[in-house]
Design a protein around this ligand. Structure first.
Ligand SMILES: Cc1ncc(COP(=O)(O)O)c(C=O)c1O
Length: 403
């Protein structure tokens, strides 16, 4: 057989999905697996989604315009204006197949192969994969669990810039750390971009998940940022609608939107059904977001408290998204995550977690970290903590002790 491409060879497997065969084998052996490994919220997708689909019943499931249905883009603009108080127009939105495609279009539209992008690590694993696929070099600046994954200082960020740097890619709140960056920090990054003539790609997929009364500040709110700010958005997490596969690339710089439209045309159209039902989701009242936020804040509290009650576990204090990234008393989080699926259970139940290695360009930096998604109801999270506590106890006895 001819050789597959170099880029296909170097793209890493998703750290979240690579344990799936072990989870499937565990289930085939009769185990129950609590999935804390993937950012798939468990809440029911709001009823208006299904009602809109039933009402629409299109005779032909046709393509929509490549940039999205006008009615969908208008609903998106109204949503941003009314719910987030960020005045935007339909023309500022390019409809995409989830935030994933918005990221791909941002990379393809703003960057050339060989260009560099500064990211904060640990980082969303797909940024690493996407950069490899598009020939872009990520320049990671590390954040640390001891500092609750705080934003690195402006000096550290500035030190990562080279003459090839074209953008800063910020995930706010962060997947995988759960860190929420403040208004002052977002402004600071905006200032850095302005001074150095860089794009700011702000992935705000989790912006509805901010806790302890903290207010989210979008990069779209940076005064004078219209030319260089690009936001990645999605309906996936906001509405527990990951399978709808709709999101948007957003910018007030319409030159960017028009250029990205060419990539959108090459893939013809975003999902029609997701857009039809997405219009109904984008029209939900603000009370919806409030109740989701409260649910996840309670879960974060339970999980943080639970993790901190386990000997040897360090759990940061974070206020966003639905992830926690604790440090465990293990020397290899990949081996531990696999062991949990293959060798451990309490009354036939075990947990699946994401090893920290996949969230770094240098995997060894994440050897003791794991990412836990609190996408299950409270009793399951309590059960998961007890499983982890017992597992760590037994694992420590089975393994060579860490020096
Ligand atoms: C930070 C971040 N950005 C973007 C996405 C893309 O999600 P989707 O393609 O479902 O919108 C995800 C999904 O997990 C994510 O965590």
């Amino acid at each position: 057989m001819p050789a597959i491409s170099e880029r296909a060879r170097i793209v890493p497997a998703s750290p979240i999905r690579k344990l799936v065969p072990f989870a499937n084998a565990a289930k085939a052996r009769g185990k129950k697996v609590l999935h804390l490994n993937i950012g798939q919220p468990d809440l029911p997708t709001p009823a208006v989604f299904w009602e809109a689909l039933q009402k629409a019943q299109p005779k032909v499931l046709d393509y929509t315009e490549s940039g999205g249905m006008p009615a969908f883009r208008e609903a998106y603009a109204r949503f941003y204006t009314d719910i987030y108080h960020i005045p935007l127009e339909a023309g500022h939105f390019l409809t995409t197949t989830g935030g994933s495609e918005a990221l791909l279009f941002a990379f393809l539209t703003l960057l050339n192969p060989g260009d560099e992008v500064v990211v904060i690590e640990p980082t969303y694993a797909n940024y690493i994969g996407l950069s490899k696929a598009t020939g872009i070099t990520l320049r990671p600046v590390e954040s640390f669990i001891e500092e609750d994954f705080a934003l690195p200082s402006p000096q550290e960020l500035e030190a990562a810039l080279t003459e090839r740097t074209r953008a800063i890619l910020l995930c706010n709140p962060s997947n995988p750390t759960g860190k929420l960056y403040s208004e002052a920090e977002v402004r600071q990054i905006g200032e850095l971009c302005r001074r150095n003539n860089l794009f700011l790609i702000s992935d705000e997929s989790y912006r509805d998940y901010c806790y302890d009364g903290e207010k989210f500040f979008s990069a779209l709110e940076i005064e004078g940022g219209d030319a260089f700010v690009v936001v990645v958005d999605t309906l996936s997490k906001r509405y527990s609608a990951c399978g709808a596969r709709v999101g948007a690339l957003i910018s007030r710089n319409t030159e960017i939107i028009e250029a990205a439209l060419k990539w959108a045309q090459a893939r013809l159209a975003p999902p029609t059904l997701g857009q039809i039902a997405g219009i109904a989701l984008l029209s939900l009242p603000s009370s919806y977001y409030e109740s989701v936020r409260e649910t996840f804040q309670r879960r974060r509290n339970i999980l943080t408290e639970g993790l901190r009650s386990i000997a040897g576990v360090t759990c940061p204090t974070v206020q966003g998204a639905f992830y926690l990234m604790p440090r465990l008393p293990v020397s290899d989080s990949d081996a531990f995550a696999q062991w949990l699926l293959e060798r451990f259970d309490i009354n036939t139940t075990t947990i699946m977690i994401a090893p920290g290695t996949g969230f770094f360009s240098q995997p060894e930096k994440g050897r003791q970290l794991v990412r836990i998604a609190y996408v299950l109801d409270e009793p399951y999270l309590e059960q998961a903590v007890e499983i982890l506590r017992a597992a760590l106890n037994i694992y420590a006895r089975e393994q060579v002790p860490i020096l």
